[in-house]
Write a protein of this length. Structure first.
Lengths: 273, 228
């Protein structure tokens, strides 16, 4: 059974159809790269998966559980992002959201917290809601700290844990952001152009970390403009254009021998540059 | 000069009493305008159009007219026009009316500062919190609040220092604050009359108090300097 199934997701902003019936699936431990020009809907797709946008139509399933169904959701006004839905509903959305992690193009670290605190914050808040939190507070916080330190260590940042985001380079910030997303152990980790805001010389350190995650069979969806990286690290590649999946398949096939004319044109522009 | 030295103890005593009233008005205004300003800020940012329109209208009127006129209207309108003197008589009544006028006026200015602070926090901060499974309350308290405060402190410091001096406007409804106290020696009070220097001397009180405030607010700003 695929870990993720997306069926016929549609999204319209104002009068623009940003996503026109997107369907894809992903197996556990696989890496999916999404490529395509700017404005093709890649970012919107990731935002829909992470419940930052509400799809107008379609179904999202994780491990067979339906997380989102536009038809069912349509009956309850405003799902999932409006402030109008009650506490119950919001808690529900939050629980579903935790199946996914998202690493942003612009990191979005919390500036008033150190790298370590950034990684620990969400788990600390989640833990505080547990019934046995008061009794085992010290033990729980110890575990959270240990896990956060381990993750930052894995990101090569063991000597940067006490630094604030403004004291870190862009590449270091993005690695903290990756650790922060991993701390919640999402089923699927999504990257939205993780290196687009970085200087070329800092891109490598972030890509290296993502590659290591792929080697550990982390299930990931990576939206990227780094073609060589996408080809190299992904098990499957999706090429999107104008809100549609134009072509998808094995990276060797899509990059080496694209079937569609639009894919060829897109790849030509990149290899030419 | 000898005369001034003789008058000094009496004048200082009177000015001190007046300055206590000034300080009272200052702190009561802050205490009321901080929370009310936040409410007005939320009102003007509301997605419920009628509420945001009404709030913006109120802010426009309050910021668009002199505080002195607002003081006069708030103090005299209920008694003289409606025949319903809600404020009560004497100094206590004047203080109540002045407090209401100052709180409303400053809350409107504060609301715009709050709005700038709230809207100045990048959307990405909220989105990062949401993706990490935080509630809206947690995102506000743990992520956005401190960033807002950091943005708010410099413009707020400005308003607070302006408020210290604006309290002098309450003289117009005869609130016995420090200007009133200084002026009383012109007409005659405590056996001194025709003395203008006590009125000039009040400036010294404002200056010292604002000096202290500037130091404290500067320290707060520095404390929040550890992040960007």
């Amino acid at each position: 059974m695929p870990v993720l199934e997306v069926e016929n997701i549609c999204k319209t902003f104002e009068d623009t159809d940003v996503l026109k019936s997107i369907s894809l699936s992903l197996e556990k431990g696989q890496v999916l790269s999404i490529i395509g020009s700017s404005g093709s809907g890649k970012t919107t797709l990731l935002r829909c998966l992470n419940f930052l946008e509400r799809p107008d139509a379609g179904v999202i399933r994780v491990n067979g559980e339906t997380l989102f169904d536009a038809e069912a959701a349509g009956k309850t006004a405003g799902f999932p992002f409006s402030r109008r839905f009650g506490a119950q509903r919001e808690a529900d959305v939050r629980r579903r959201r935790l199946h996914f992690g998202l690493v942003f193009q612009s990191f979005n670290l919390f500036p008033q917290y150190t790298a370590l605190e950034n990684v620990m914050l969400a788990r600390k808040l989640l833990a505080a809601g547990q019934p046995d939190y008061k009794a085992r507070k010290k033990e729980i916080l110890g575990q959270i700290r240990e896990q956060a330190e381990e993750l930052l260590d894995q990101m090569g940042l063991s000597n940067r844990m006490g630094n604030y985001p403004h004291q870190l380079s862009g590449g270091q910030c993005q690695r903290v952001a990756i650790a922060r997303a991993l701390a919640l152990q999402p089923d699927i980790l999504c990257f939205d152009e993780p290196t687009s805001a970085l200087d070329p010389e800092l891109t490598g350190e972030v890509l290296k970390v993502i590659r290591e995650l792929a080697d550990q069979n982390t299930t990931m969806i990576i939206v990227t403009h780094e073609m060589a990286f996408a080809r190299d690290v992904a098990n499957r590649v999706v090429f999107m254009d104008d809100g549609m999946v134009v072509e998808q398949g094995d990276p060797g096939e899509v990059f080496g021998n694209p079937r569609e004319e639009r894919t060829k044109q897109f790849l030509m522009r990149y290899s030419g540059a | 000069m000898k005369l001034i030295l003789e008058q000094m103890p009496v004048v200082i005593g009177a000015l001190n009493t007046g300055f206590i009233q000034t300080l009272k008005l200052f702190f009561v205004t802050l205490l009321g305008a901080f929370p009310l300003g936040l409410l007005i800020a939320f009102g003007s940012m509301s997605r419920f159009k009628p509420l945001s329109l009404v709030t913006k209208l109120v802010v426009w009127v309050v910021r668009g007219t002199p505080l002195m006129i607002q003081l006069l209207i708030i103090y005299y309108f209920p008694g003289l026009v409606l025949n319903n003197p809600v404020w009560g008589g004497g100094e206590a009544g004047r203080f109540l009316a002045a407090s209401v006028a100052f709180i409303i006026n400053y809350a409107c200015y504060f609301s715009e500062i709050y709005r700038g602070g709230i809207q100045g926090v990048p959307v990405g901060q909220e989105e990062a919190g949401l993706v990490l499974g935080m509630t809206r309350g947690q995102i506000f308290r743990k992520v956005k609040l401190l960033q807002m405060i950091k943005r708010i402190v410099p413009p707020m410091s400005n308003e607070i220092i302006t408020l210290v001096k604006d309290t002098a406007l309450a003289r117009i409804i005869a609130l016995q604050e420090i200007i009133f106290a200084g002026q009383s020696f012109l007409k005659g009070s405590h056996g001194i009359s025709g003395a203008i220097w006590p009125l000039f001397f009040t400036a010294f009180y404002y200056l010292v108090f604002n000096g202290v405030l500037t130091l404290l607010l500067g320290r707060l700003e520095k404390k929040l300097d550890y992040f960007r």
